[in-house]
Design a protein around this ligand. Sequence first.
Ligand code: HPA
Length: 290
Amino acid sequence: MYEKIQETASWLRQRMTTSPTTAIILGTGLGQLASEITDKKEIPYAEIPNFPVSTVEGHSGKLIFGKLGGVDILAMQGRFHYYEGYSMKEVTFPIRVMYELGIKTLFVSNAAGGMNPQFNIGDLMIITDHINFFPEHPLRGKNYPTGPRFPDMHETYDKNLIQLAANIAYEKKIRVKFGVYIGLQGPTFETPAEYKMYHMMGADAVGMSTVPEVIVAHHCGIRTFGISVITDLGGFDNPVEVSHEEVQEAANAAQPFMTEIMREMIVRSEKVTSQKQENFNTDHPTEKWK
Ligand code: HPA
């Protein structure tokens, strides 16, 4: 696998005209951001040696090299989900390649079900931490030399980037929530009892992505930042059915806010150091915008 990562990275290096240090996974809620990227060079996943092959017809993804607000970026349009049948090594392969290409900061977005009773559909939740509930660990097997065998996970989501997002949201009067994301394999949504259980375990939102990519990025020393758009609610006394269409609809409605925060984050984050910040307080004033 290590040789494959190197091979893919050098193939891409030959085609890159910029040297981005920032990457973004355009998950649910961030499609719009792709249209704001300028000086684009798009490479379909199908053309990239060793990249996982898309299982969903008409859903083929691509890598985009370009500029966002003057910053060189690498964007992944379309990600690989574990529920689609990919192995964890495949799901996280692009992150390993990003590291080889010199990526230092990764932004991710996703759609998630809200379990915190203070959440509403359409809310944006800045991810402060996660619970890995996937059945297979992305670092299982021979350790890659990018990080230790037993990585510390205390600050998986960069505190300075969280603070920056909180500041941007406050400035732009965008209401944001903070919380813990639990990553599960899917593809079922949760039963009411499961939503309740995951909330009792300490999670505020549940989804089927992000955690594997973030673990591998962390193992590579890439600082990460993530936002969930809360597309449905579960675990309350009044259970409501969830459908893929509703998830899409809620994500689309929240899209302009998500896009605005992410764009600003990318532009400003270059100036933020990843120094540890003690006593970070997630009870930011933006909580009071409601
Ligand atoms: N559960 C799991 N994944 C999801 C959900 C959910 O409720 N909503 C969007 N993705």
